[in-house]
Design a protein around this ligand. Sequence first.
Ligand SMILES: Nc1ncnc2c1ncn2[C@@H]1O[C@H](COP(=O)(O)OP(=O)(O)O)[C@@H](O)[C@H]1O
Ligand SMILES: [Mg+2]
Length: 360
Amino acid sequence: MSDENKTLTDVGEAAGVFPETLSEETAADYSAVTQEMQETVSQQIPQMQESDAQPYSEADEETAEDAVPTPHFVTVARQAREQREAERAARRAEAEAKAALEEEEKLFGSVDDDEEEEAPAPPSAEEGPVIVFDHVTKEYTDGPEDADNAALKDVSFSINRGEFVFIVGPSGSGKSTLIRLLMREISPTAGAIYIAGSNLSTLRNRQVCKYRRSIGIVFQDFRLLEDRTVFENVAFAQKVIGAPSRKITKNVSKMLSMVRLRNKYRSYPNKLSGGEQQRVAVARALVNNPLILLADEPTGNLDPANTADIMELLEDINARGTTVVVVTHNREIVDSMQRRVISLREGVIVDDKKGGYDRE
Ligand SMILES: Nc1ncnc2c1ncn2[C@@H]1O[C@H](COP(=O)(O)OP(=O)(O)O)[C@@H](O)[C@H]1O
Ligand SMILES: [Mg+2]
C-alpha cells in the first residue's frame, strides 16, 4: 500500500503536478472542474442504486488490427503474457482494495453483516429533496422506558439539493445521532430516511458501502491516517473506489489546490496545524465528488480564525452545488452565515428556519 502510494507521489512530482513553486490553478479552470464534478455526481447516484457500476472504469484499450496476419505462436505467446499480466494486476488490485477497505472500516466503522437483504427502492427522479427524514425515531436500546428517552423522536424534515443547513442544539440533543443515521452507521427504530429518493433501510450491505462513498464526511477530530502524507490521505478515498492511478494523481492535486495545501502534499498530519488537518479531511471528503457533505462539529477543535476558514471552504463547496449539512455549537458562525438552521432539543426539532441561532 504505502509503496504504491509513494510511487503515486513520485509520479505526481515527476509529472510536475506538485512542484512547490507551481502557482494555483486559475478560478476558471477550477469552476470547470467542479461543474464536471457535479455532473458526474448526478449521473453516479442513480447508477449506484440501479446497478453495481463502478464510478470509474478503464476504457478497454483496442489494439489496431495488423494488416499482415500474425503467426499463431506469436499470438499464443502474447495472449499468455497478457493473461499473466492481467492476473497479476487483478491480484494487486484485490490486495489494495482489501487493505483500503480495512482502513475505511477503521475510520468510518464497519457495516453490520446480520441484515436481511432486501430489494432496493427504485431510483428517484433527479428533482426532489436529496435528504428526507420521515417521522424518524431512534432509540439506542429496546424497552418501554426508552421511548421517552429516544435520541430522536418523530423527526421529519427535508433538505433540497444544493442547500446549506446547520444542525444546532445543546449537547445530547441528537445532532450526532442524526449524522450517524445519515451515514447509515445506525438505522432508525421507526420511520424512514430517503436519500435522493432511496430508502436507506432497504440498501443491501454492498450498496451501503457504495452509498457511504457517495457522501463526504468530516469529523471534529479530523480522523486522518497519521502514517500517511497529506497526498496519501486524500488519495486513499480514491483508492477505495478503485480509481486508476493517473486519475488519483490528478484529482488529489485539484483537491489540494482547492484547500490551499498543494505545497504541503508530502507532509504528515502531525506536522500540520489543526486548521490544515481539517482542510486535508475536507479534501478527502470531497475527492470522490460527493452528493452530500456531512460535517459533525468540524470546527469544534479549531480557533476562531481556522473556524472561519473552514466555514468559508464549506460555503465555497456549497456554492458549487454540493448539499452541505453542518452540525455546530458555534453561535457566532451560525448567526453570521444566515443559512437554514434546524434546532434540536431533547431529540425534537424545536425550530427550522433561515437565520441565526436564536435558541439555547
Ligand atoms: N451509542 C449510544 N448508546 C446509547 N445512547 C446514546 C448513544 N449515542 C448517543 N446516545 C444518547 O442519545 C442522545 C443524543 O446523543 P447525540 O446524538 O450524541 O447528541 P449530540 O450530538 O447532540 O450531543 C444522548 O442522550 C446520548 O446520551
Ligand atoms: Mg455530537
